[in-house]
Ligand binder design. Structure first.
Ligand SMILES: *Cc1c(COP(=O)(O)O)cnc(C)c1O
Length: 393
């Protein structure tokens, strides 16, 4: 049987029919422990009743009106998001790439407002910002760019977690108007920078009057133990992008801005047909309310640390493990060699994981993971890893 889907994805041989919390069930009702959450999307787990109810109720009232009119849910969501993030306003869209497109356009407008005709944005090695032309050009992974030249101009690349590289770039290039960076790199291998990296970056951005733009699409919405990852550093960016977990599976993206950055995209400068529609916003409102109601953000920290401690102990004797790291429930287990095969081996044991940057297992379990599931995750994955590396548990 030939598929009529464009072959853009290397898919695993399983089809899920329904989900419940951290569990997914396939067509034969076999259940799988989902430690990836649809790549950091279903932070509340699958089929969360609050999200279910919100979108059912909203779809019976109104799905879409267009942004030609005021949208009550969008106003409400913008109020909640800006309050939680310490930002001033929001542009709503439908995906992470679109949120970053908005940020990139905003940065260029900022440059032109300062009389810079060829504005440039500092971006990082090993970063991931999306698959549209501008965002793949910003992305620090040649595989993502392969075959799509000419790339969008106006990006200057530096190593991640290297403040002096940014200083150097700023000294040698007067066209730089912004820096776009993930507080923790997701696709690049769960890379956690020095704890004061964002603070120093904030200082540099102030000193050079450039915009600090944070891509929180993967690390945001409670995953790292704060609502947004930059809140670990007690700083505020000028721009912050969100998507993935914001709708728990209902597509929605957001570009938040503050201060002078909040005044750049004026009427007619940007737009989206679907962006911030009543349905998507109802899901996001339910997500924000549930994170608070179930105290999931603080829990992400303690649960993530428990998982880290568990694997540190259980994999203690495996000499192929280079490093185990986490910030809340963003967890990386790095090997001394490529280990992508583990994804298939785990699937056979009814466990869903991911390997990124070839050598790092990436775990992004839902924030609702319970103690029993934490133990099951540690025991199952440890056995799979030790089996794979040819060692006994
Ligand atoms: C997933 C991701 C994106 C792209 O989001 P899409 O919704 O797939 O367009 C951008 N930045 C980061 C950090 C991501 O993890």
């Amino acid at each position: 049987m030939t598929s009529h889907i464009m072959p853009t994805y290397g898919r695993l041989p399983v089809t899920f029919e329904r989900g419940e919390g951290m569990w997914l069930f396939d067509e034969n009702n076999k259940r799988y422990l989902d430690a990836l959450s649809g790549i950091a999307v279903c932070n509340l787990g699958h089929a969360h009743p609050a999200v279910h109810e919100a979108i059912c109720t909203q779809s019976g009232k109104l799905l879409h009106t267009s942004n030609l009119y005021t949208i009550a849910n969008q106003e409400l969501l913008a109020d909640k998001l800006t309050e939680k993030a310490g930002m001033d306003n929001v542009f709503f869209c439908n995906s992470g790439a679109e949120a970053n497109e908005a940020a990139i356009k905003l940065a260029r407008k900022y440059g032109h407002s300062k009389g810079i005709e060829n504005p440039a944005i500092i971006v990082m090695e090993k970063s991931f910002h999306g698959r549209t032309l501008a965002t793949l050009s910003a992305t620090g992974n040649s595989k993502v760019q392969q075959g799509f030249a000419p790339l969008v101009e106006g990006f200057v690349r530096v190593p991640y977690n290297d403040i002096s590289a940014i200083e150097l770039a700023l000294e040698s290039n007067k066209n730089i108007v912004a820096v776009l960076v993930e507080p923790i790199q997701g696709e690049g291998g769960v890379n956690i920078p020095a704890s004061d990296y964002l603070n120093k970056l904030r200082g540099l951005c102030d000193q050079h009057e450039i915009l600090m733009m944070l891509d929180e699409i993967q690390c945001g919405i409670g995953r790292t133990g704060k609502f947004l990852a930059f809140q670990h550093n007690a700083i505020l960016p000028d721009v912050c992008t969100l998507a993935k977990a914001l709708g728990n599976g209902v597509p929605i993206g957001a570009c938040l801005a503050r201060g002078k950055a909040a005044e750049l995209l004026t009427a007619g400068a940007h737009g989206s047909t679907f962006g911030g529609n009543p349905l998507a916003c109802s899901a996001a409102l339910a997500v924000l309310a549930t994170l608070d109601k179930e105290n999931l953000i603080e829990a992400a920290q303690t649960k993530g640390d428990a998982i880290h401690a568990g694997f540190t102990a259980s994999l203690n004797n495996n000499k192929h493990i280079v490093n185990i790291r986490n910030k809340g429930l963003m967890i990386g287990i790095e090997f001394d060699k490529p280990c992508t095969e583990l994804v298939k081996l785990a699937l056979e044991k009814q466990l869903l994981i991911n390997v990124t940057n070839e050598t790092t297992i990436r775990l992004l379990p839902p924030l609702i993971i319970d103690n029993e599931q934490i133990q099951l995750l540690i025991n199952t994955l440890t056995a799979i890893i030790n089996d794979y590396t040819g060692q006994t548990a």
